[in-house]
Design a protein around this ligand. Sequence first.
Ligand code: NDP
Ligand code: GDR
Length: 341
Amino acid sequence: MASKKKKRALITGINGQDGSYLAEFLLGENYEVFGIMRRLSVPNVENISHLVDRVKIYDGDLLDESSIVRAIQDCRPDELYNLAAQSFVKSSWHQPIFTGEATAMGVIRVLEAIRNTKPDIKFYQASSSEMYGEVEETPQTETTRFHPRSPYGVAKVFGHWTTVNYRESFDIFACSGILFNHESPRRGLEFITRKITYGVACIAEGIKTSPAVNEEKESLVKNGKIKLGNLDARRDWGYAKDYVEAMWLMLQQKKPDDYVIATGENHSIKEFVQEAFKCVGVTNWQKYVQIDKRFFRPAEVEVLQGSCAKAKRVLGWKPKTKFKELVEIMVKADIDKLRNK
Ligand code: NDP
Ligand code: GDR
């Protein structure tokens, strides 16, 4: 009997946090997996070093449509997951034009490449809860109005509506996943959760000045302290490994649609700090944290909390990992990493 042809998926941003988990997930589902990675002087492959012999990577950039077309023509994917973006909100005020080029215009370049090359590709766009910004209702759902508060949020709104528009205009199977914050040991060090768990791990291991740097390109732990910004902001944090399955489920439905993916809970940065220090037996965390104005934002998103009721009902998806468990996973992974070094 002839064996069934494997499905093919192309992932932009494959070496990022989500790209690496999605690649693992799809390999587990017996897909052939392809990725696009931009050229850097020092390749950033830490998240996918264990996968490089099982996936094929194309040299490409969201700023260069021809590189996306070339990848599509070569691998002829059934599904394309657009996860690449300038994804750090704070940087989007420092690099607003680049953020617009990658995070907003990048989406239209990928969709144009699909339309002109292989319009039957099923497309996933990585939309974000940052689109809600100054929230108009809680919890946020697929119908809550957007009010972005950063160049990043504005760029994601463009990407979201572009996705909806290509679905409505050209009948492309295009879905937008509005994902709330999701974290893991593979999160970049400038994002708050990883900044905290890495900092806590250093302090627990007696490292007073860390080799890794923070957003300001200085030691993330300096003189035994972690410098942070607004501890009162609240986020709906889930586990990235749980969330990539939802991306895939969206592309397995009969009809393309948009879905919120969230846990339905929110916690403050302060609670995250407290919980992370608790994992290493420290209760007087204030001794190790210094508030630094440089880590505040020009416009803050104070609180986000999503409802994944539609995803539960239609996709049969629900979050598996609770807040405390997530913090523990991340602190433990950072301690292990430091010990292995
Ligand atoms: P990461 O920052 O970990 O990954 C982003 C990826 O995009 C990296 O592989 C990066 O490559 C790549 N990239 C950046 N610019 C370009 C470019 N110009 N051309 C090609 N590739 C580029 O993000 P996450 O994995 O956390 O997030 C995945 C997507 O989901 C992003 O679009 C993000 O905005 C969105 N999102 C994330 C959420 C979260 O909580 N994690 C929530 C909602 C949405 P390089 O290594 O070269 O920088
Ligand atoms: P966010 O994530 O902006 O929600 O975007 P981030 O972890 O950067 O910030 C979360 C909240 O923490 C506050 N904060 C700090 N943030 C950082 N990075 N560093 C600090 O020292 C600090 N102190 C306090 C911030 O002000 C903010 O309120 C993430 C990204 O993954 C986006 O790509 C994604 O779209 C959204 O989540 C959903």
